[in-house]
Design a protein around this ligand. Structure first.
Ligand code: 13P
Ligand code: SF4
Length: 362
């Protein structure tokens, strides 16, 4: 809760003192006390677009997690400085794909498929990944995607290699659930076309035949928050709340998404609930800060959380008002703290992959 009035006042003063010199971006999973100071809020895609539009400010304070701040650094101008108020705000899913693991997997795929066949494998990498993995994607002619454009990105990838029914494959990094959900639900593919590449096992734990037959090679990564939602919780909600609409984020497991009425990015969840008739009952399967905010935004709707056990994203929550005040007051004093600065070569190739995503049809 925004309990400390003096901290709120300090944040206000620092932001006013900085004026147009600072632009604050806030992801929907941020605490209310932080969102109150955001110039723009959004899902990962909208925030990347905002950074690419190069706000007229030398300082961009990113209230979100590390991979988002890295992407903002890559997409903003060279003379703009991106600040992440707490450097410990990482993402466990992004950490599930290390650069060496992904490079090794690519070499293994060359061995399993043959160098020639590797040309028909396109990496499609979820935004929730390090800049280095995005650079790998750019070097290998793939694209980044977010939860709001994963279907478009996958279609683009398959179009390169003969279409959805053609012989091409996608290496989807690092969220197996988003990859599987998008392939089956949006592209009409089969679960049987998917294999899971386990970076901790030789050759991903797969046989040559399995890899050759697959269309979607899914990295064994997941979100520790969304992975906790269960089919039992959906069934219980349906039993307890007559006419309930179930809306979940596509980082949820396939079986949970199968039972949901709606699936969408954080921005889409907000828009869907906003567009519904007053008095609609919802259970929402995404991070708890956002679900609590939905209740405040739409008091005319009946909004419940999908699981009873608390489900904040602990790393998103690391950005709190004390850290934001510290970052802003430091800027007022002329000190840039917690700057996120991606290595220029990594940034170049990551920008190639991010720009491809930004140029995909909307
Ligand atoms: P959105 O792109 O839907 O906001 O989801 C991002 C996310 O998972 C942040 O963790
Ligand atoms: Fe990462 Fe999941 Fe948190 Fe998003 S909600 S930042 S994917 S751990």
């Amino acid at each position: 809760p925004t309990s400390d009035a003096s901290l709120v006042e300090r944040a206000r003063r620092a932001k006013a003192a900085l004026g147009d010199r600072v632009f604050v971006l806030g992801h929907h999973y941020q605490r209310d006390e932080v969102i109150d100071f955001a110039d723009v809020t959004g899902d990962s895609f909208k925030l990347a677009q905002q950074a690419a539009a190069r706000p007229q400010a030398p300082y961009v304070v990113f209230c979100g997690v590390h991979f988002m701040a890295e992407s903002a650094d890559i997409l903003t101008a060279d003379d703009q400085q991106v600040v992440l108020p707490d450097l410990a705000a990482g993402c466990s899913m992004a950490d599930m794909a290390a650069t060496a693991q992904v490079e090794d997997a690519w070499d293994d795929l060359a061995e399993l498929l043959g160098e020639d066949a590797l040309a028909s494998v396109t990496p499609v990498t979820y935004m929730n990944s390090s800049a280095a993995i995005k650079a790998f994607t750019g070097r290998h002619e793939g694209t980044i995607c977010t939860s709001s454009n994963a279907a478009t990105a996958l279609r683009w990838a398959f179009e390169r290699t003969g279409g959805v029914d053609g012989p091409g494959k996608v290496l989807f990094l690092p969220d197996q659930h988003l990859g599987r959900n998008t392939w089956v639900r949006d592209l009409g593919g089969s679960l049987d076309d998917c294999v899971v590449w386990d970076p901790h096992r030789p050759m991903g734990g797969l046989t040559r035949e399995q890899v050759r037959a697959a269309r979607m090679i899914l990295w064994r990564g997941h979100c520790s928050v969304h992975g906790r939602f269960t089919t039992e919780a959906v069934e219980q909600a349906r039993a307890e709340i007559p006419g309930v609409r179930v809306i979940v984020h596509p980082e949820c497991r396939y079986d949970v998404c199968e039972l949901a009425d709606e699936i969408g990015s954080t921005e889409r969840i907000i828009a869907t609930i906003a567009a519904a008739p007053a008095g609609t009952s919802w259970v929402v399967g995404t991070e708890l800060n956002l679900v609590n905010r939905l209740r405040q935004m739409f008091p005319e709707q009946r909004i419940a959380f999908l699981e009873k056990n608390v489900c904040y994203c602990s790393t998103m929550n690391r950005i709190d008002l004390p850290h934001l005040v510290w970052a802003l007051e430091s800027l007022v004093e002329g000190r840039v703290v917690n700057r996120i600065q991606v290595d220029p070569d990594v940034a170049h190739w990551a920008r190639v992959a991010l720009s491809r995503m930004l140029s995909l049809p909307g």
